[in-house]
Write a protein that binds this ligand. Sequence first.
Ligand code: APR
Length: 248
Amino acid sequence: MSRNYISKNTVDKIISARSVVFFTGAGISAESGIPIFRGKDGIWNKLKPDELANFNSFLKNPDLVWEWYNHRKKVIHESEPNKGHLTIAEFEKILPDVIVVTQNIDNLHKRAGSTNVYELHGNIERNYCIKCNKFYNGEIELKDSAPRCECGGLIRPDVVWFGEYLPQEQFIASEKAAQDSDVFFIVGTSAVVYPAASLIYTAKENGAYMVEINLEPTEASGIVNDSLLGKAGDILPDLLNEVKNKLS
Ligand code: APR
């Protein structure tokens, strides 16, 4: 597919930008084989978020929640960053300031080589005790029940569940990144989950040039300057090539 669907204006904005932010969601990891949450193939069509991604349900049935997160961890460990993740890491090498603000807990941006990554919803590779807050990173051996801390407390994944606050330090840094961004990409997110989605409007209000990359229009489509419909793993490499051509 020729790249003439990418506007000259979008390429010029990227090249002249002091700071570029990539705000990403589950859609950027879909091509790595990690299911998204909403839409016809979405996880939340089959499973109940209030049973699996909710603190009170965790207290009621920690084994079920752990079974679910270990299943997700297994899928994530069997997957690789795709062209979308890898291209964003490439942009970081050729542009002055590139920041990734992700809603994903799959660690794939970091595995792709991105170094400036803010994780709004936590990271599945980290865990902590809900009683003494001791952190357990990496593999936690799952016996036939939810893991316990040496203090006896229940250990939970360090991810944000519905109704919980986002990690303040990550959110505040992401807000600053959105305010300072000259170009703000919205990649593979339905843009319906708050407060994460509020960053889109923070960037817009602060004058960023907004570019959406998604298979289909979303809640945010009405405010973007350029809407590139298709797979992130196809569009991002095309965009990078256009930018590299212009820089060379
Ligand atoms: N390329 C680009 N976009 C894609 C692709 C792809 N290959 N595949 C799917 N998409 C788009 C879908 O069209 C949809 O708009 O990605 C979006 C995924 O939306 P959601 O499933 O709602 O995921 P997300 O927006 O990340 O959800 C936000 O909700 O469930 C919670 O905590 C969870 O972080 C998550 C948050």
